[in-house]
Design a protein around this ligand. Structure first.
Ligand code: ACO
Length: 333
């Protein structure tokens, strides 16, 4: 258990944003050979938000961040650090600095963190390290992705699964008890080929002795069944490890917020941990898999609708490409 007399982290504000355009399962059935029955029964997804061409990742992330800062009752100028978890920045060099500018977070340092659908959990754990060492007081963690731009819209195995959005949480230093009670984060590159968004290029000669690869990133490729098996095996295990570190049991959890990839995965993990369905937060039906954004959007909706209250014990877990996975046990507020 953590020594709570030391500087701790507390979670004080949340926010979320999603593009206006909606794409239903029936809409998708006009694009690829699929139907509402297949998508609903295999994934729980009914509709998803899709970013129109003029929407940028920075805009969505800034809107979510602004709301989280307002809900925390502080100003953007008080933010010391912004961590943007994303796999789909507007700019390959990173989008966090642009978001820092758009928010007016003039004092903050900002950087991107890439860990696919585990990104938000990894970023939250990163934020805690900076706060616990006393380096920073106020950290904005944003999870945002526009995966619709990286899908093969003729591949029914992947294009039905994803949606776009952003979510954010303000983390602050406190001497009044550390609210991140336990965490565990993991990687296994041996299974990297299960889920990729890879660069692929053709060799082009620059001179007689020097060649470069000329190309672009290819759409998402996923071995769905293998990722499914990985998730239902590793997610309960990593939550149990994080609970052990937090000195808590599954019965003590008030809310389970998993990465919103698939309702069947959420049900299976909850069953394994013997957590009843009424404690499982799910919005996968209306967002699909929004990658790094899925956990903070679900968290924000549950807080905004007064389901999650200050002091509630939350178990969260992200999992995805890398392969990466992780869990955090924390108290809201
Ligand atoms: N509509 C209709 N039929 C389809 C569709 C579709 N959209 N997609 C696949 N099928 C067909 C397949 O062609 C296959 O047909 P066949 O048996 O004739 O070949 C059949 O349905 C079964 O396909 P499977 O891929 O085996 O279906 P499965 O039950 O495994 O469900 C799914 C697929 C939903 C993708 C599931 O495997 C899954 O959820 N995997 C985990 C994905 C995940 O959690 N990813 C998280 C990380 S994402 C990230 O990090 C970016």
């Amino acid at each position: 258990m953590l020594d709570t007399s030391q500087r701790g982290i507390t979670f004080t504000g949340s926010g979320a944003a999603a593009p206006e355009s909606l794409l239903s399962n029936d809409d998708l059935s006009k694009i690829v050979d699929t139907n509402d029955e297949w998508i609903s029964s295999r994934t729980g997804i009914k509709t998803r938000h899709i970013a129109s061409p003029e929407v940028t990742l920075c805009e969505l992330a800034t809107a979510a961040g602004k709301q989280a800062i307002a809900n925390a009752g502080i100003t953007a100028a008080e933010i010391d650090l912004i961590i943007l978890a994303t796999s789909t920045p507007d700019d390959l060099f990173g989008s966090a600095s642009k978001i820092q500018y758009l928010l007016g977070a003039t004092r903050a340092v900002a950087f991107d963190l890439t860990a696919a659908c585990s990104g938000f959990v990894f970023a939250l754990v990163n934020a805690a390290q900076f706060i616990r060492t006393g380096t920073y007081q106020n950290v904005l963690v944003i999870g945002a992705d526009i995966l619709s731009r990286w899908l093969d819209w003729s591949d029914r195995r992947t294009c039905v699964l994803f949606g776009d959005g952003a979510g954010a949480v303000v983390c602050q230093a406190t001497k009044d008890g550390d609210r991140l009670l336990g965490f565990e984060i993991c990687s296994n590159g041996a299974q990297n080929d299960c889920l990729n968004l890879p660069f692929s290029g053709q060799s082009a000669a620059l001179s007689e002795t020097v060649s470069i690869a000329k190309g672009t990133y290819q759409p998402i490729f996923m071995k769905g069944r293998e990722v499914y098996r990985f998730a239902v095996a590793k997610v309960p295990e990593v939550i149990e490890k994080a609970l052990f570190r937090a000195d808590r049991t599954p019965e003590q959890i008030d809310w389970l917020i998993l990465h919103q990839a698939n309702q069947r995965i959420m049900n299976s993990v909850a069953d394994r941990l013997k957590i009843p369905p009424e404690k499982v937060i799910s919005n996968v039906a209306s967002y699909g898999n929004t990658s790094a954004a899925s956990i903070p959007i679900a968290l924000h909706e549950a807080i905004a609708s007064d389901r999650i209250k200050p002091g509630d014990l939350i178990a969260t877990s992200g999992f995805g490409a890398g392969l990466t996975w992780g869990a955090a046990i924390f108290k809201w507020g």
